[in-house]
Design a protein around this ligand. Structure first.
Ligand code: F6P
Length: 367
């Protein structure tokens, strides 16, 4: 029977367990064996009992569980060829030549590099006497399929990443709670949300909660933003009678010179200029934990099923796909196209081409 491995890598995201469950069950349904690789790429590199066969019942109840039950890691060893050599050996020894990886753009790039190197890695293992030609013979082709698990919704080519709507829901709930106390005391609150390079969580939570002002990395405010922000807030409070003020700031927010705009800077401005009793709330990792929302449960299930189909249909020449969703359709997109596009936007932001970055993001919204 064909053996399909599944692993989760990078920052955990709600829905990763749903993805693993779907991959395991679809693999079994397709008459294959499913193997879970524990602790992300670390499990591949270390082998042993970090790669274990998983059966249908083993993933029962996983849909509603937060985090990733097979663990994740930001693995340094796999970034080196020597680590990938060990990983290849472990896979051949277990007869695994197909892998579904659920992670962010870095993790998926690693998977694609591994696939490109695969024939060379096998040759080297034979030369080193670690494996025989006979042992590697059935596993000459490595099939890799990506699933995007990330709360940030920071991958190009897909409308949503697994986890982003769960995280957005948690953020909105937290901001609603903050609203109540802000209303009671007529206070200002600066709420910091995750998103180093991508302001999706901040933008969507600001829209969903009717925040007064927002900072995201892709669109730094114009010089003089301090005055503008204060004017808007004053208007909202004095003319519109708002009792509470909420400013949402993405973790990676910055000004046009790429200086960080921190929640404490904003708090000081509101306190000093407007005399507003202001507090900051950094939501931190509460945004990443917890059960997946209904959308992420269905998304991860449908995409996990599609990932197994893709793994079984791949040929040696087909580029590694990543499973995406666009306009409500589950699709396969060349993995490296999506990664390249994602990295280009990040690079544009670093080079202060904010208009370019926003156009790309906007183009994605319109697509
Ligand atoms: O990519 C997900 C994410 O939660 C980002 O929003 C955040 O910047 C980063 O991971 C935090 O990573 P860590 O948990 O390793 O500190």
């Amino acid at each position: 029977k064909r053996r399909i491995g599944v692993l989760t890598s990078g920052g955990d995201a709600p829905g990763m367990n749903g993805a693993v469950r779907a991959v395991v069950r679809m693999a079994i349904h397709s008459d294959c064996e499913a193997y879970a690789v524990f602790e992300g790429y670390e499990g591949l590199v270390n082998g042993g009992n970090m790669i274990r066969q998983v059966h249908w019942e083993d993933v029962r109840g996983w849909l509603s569980r937060g985090g990733t039950l097979i663990g994740s890691a930001r693995c340094m060893a796999f970034r080196e060829r020597a680590g990938r050599l060990k990983a290849a050996k472990n896979m051949v020894l277990r007869g695994i030549d197909a892998l579904v990886v659920c992670g962010g753009d870095g993790s998926l790039t690693g998977a694609d590099v591994f696939r490109a190197e695969w024939p060379g890695l096998l040759e080297e293992l034979i030369k080193l006497g670690e494996l025989t030609a006979q042992q590697v013979e059935p596993y000459k082709q490595l099939n890799i399929v990506g699933l995007v698990g990330s709360i940030d919704n920071d991958m190009s080519g897909t409308d949503a990443t697994i986890g982003c709507y769960s995280s957005l829901t948690r953020i909105c709930d937290a901001i609603d709670d903050v609203f109540d106390t802000a209303f009671s005391h007529q206070r200002g609150f600066v709420v910091e949300v995750m998103g180093r390079h991508c302001g999706w969580l901040a933008l969507m939570s600001a829209i969903s909660t009717g925040a007064d002002w927002l900072f995201i990395p892709e669109m730094p405010p114009k010089d003089g933003w301090e005055d503008e922000m204060c004017d808007v807030i004053t208007k909202n409070r004095k003319e519109r009678g708002k009792r509470r003020t909420i400013v949402i700031v993405a973790e990676g927010a910055q000004d046009r010179q790429l200086n960080k705009i921190s929640s404490s800077t904003i708090k000081d401005i509101l306190t000093d200029r407007l005399g507003l009793d202001t507090r900051t709330t950094v939501l931190g990792h509460t945004q990443r934990g917890g059960a997946a929302c209904a959308y992420d449960r269905t998304l991860s299930t449908l995409q996990g099923v599609e990932a197994v189909r893709a793994v079984l249909e791949m040929t040696a020449d087909s580029p590694s796909p990543v499973i995406t969703i666009r306009e409500n359709k589950i699709l396969r997109t060349p993995l490296m196209d999506a990664v390249k596009e994602t990295q280009e936007v990040t690079q544009m932001i670093k080079e202060k081409d904010f208009a370019g970055a926003m156009t790309r993001r906007d183009a994605e919204f319109k697509e």
